[in-house]
Design a binder for this molecule. Structure first.
Ligand code: AMP
Length: 214
């Protein structure tokens, strides 16, 4: 099964994708996580992502496609994937359709997670991520039991550089200009199911599960 978790920054795509992995038995493919990993390893590709990401701009399509194409070839993605933060432009969506077509697959459902801008900013500026295992916390809504340390692996918690309010506003503008039009693209194919992304983690997971099972 191939599912897209769609929505603006801070909708909870990454958090919910991780919760769905075991239920759908397919991996999460997060281009943002993959780019941050490249950046952290200091690869040439990672260095090329840096300037776009820290300014809240989208990374050019050609660089993104290379990453996704490689990832889709991995054995664990043979039966499908949960796409999170990808596609983000119409050309990326067209490229994904072609890649899946070559694998005799197609997108089954696009879950559109709805949330207001005020809620996005509140969530994103309070977000802290474990550098060890990637677990996501929020300083108020899901704080770690011991301050500054991950409950799963003891790793250090850090704030993403692009999670500062001014960068979040830029990311939101990019979302409206380039990514929101994808709802029309997938809507025309009858693939979009809308869910309210505000509520407890369990409630939102249940809504997404229902949307996927429809
Ligand atoms: P995310 O972790 O999904 O919020 O992405 C963080 C940043 O990585 C974005 O603001 C972009 O700079 C970059 N990025 C992630 N995924 C994509 C994508 N599919 N297309 C272009 N840029 C991306």
């Amino acid at each position: 099964m191939d599912v897209i978790l769609f929505g603006p920054p801070g909708a909870g795509k990454g958090t919910q994708a991780k919760r769905l992995i075991s239920q759908l038995s397919v991996p999460q493919i997060s281009t943002g996580d993959m780019m941050r990993a490249e950046r952290a390893s200091g690869t040439d590709l990672g260095k090329r992502f840096e300037s776009f990401m820290s300014a809240g701009k989208l990374v050019p399509d050609a660089l993104v496609l290379e990453l996704v194409e490689q990832r889709l070839k991995a054995e664990d993605a043979e039966a499908g994937a949960i796409f999170d933060g990808y596609p983000r432009t119409i050309p990326q969506a067209e490229a994904l359709d072609s890649m899946l077509d070559r694998l005799e697959r197609k997108i089954d459902v696009v879950v559109s997670m709805e949330i207001s801008l005020a809620e996005q900013i509140d969530r994103i500026t309070g977000r802290r991520t474990c550098v060890g295992c990637g677990h996501i916390y929020h300083v108020r809504y899901s704080p770690p039991p011991s301050e500054g340390r991950c409950a799963n692996c003891g790793g250090e918690l850090s704030q993403r550089k692009d999670d500062l309010e001014e960068v979040v506003r830029k990311r939101h503008e990019e979302y409206l200009a380039n990514t929101a039009p994808l709802l029309g693209y997938y809507g025309a194919k009858g693939l979009v199911v809308t869910v309210n992304a505000v509520g407890s983690l369990d409630d939102v997971t249940a809504r997404i599960r229902d949307a996927v099972a429809r």
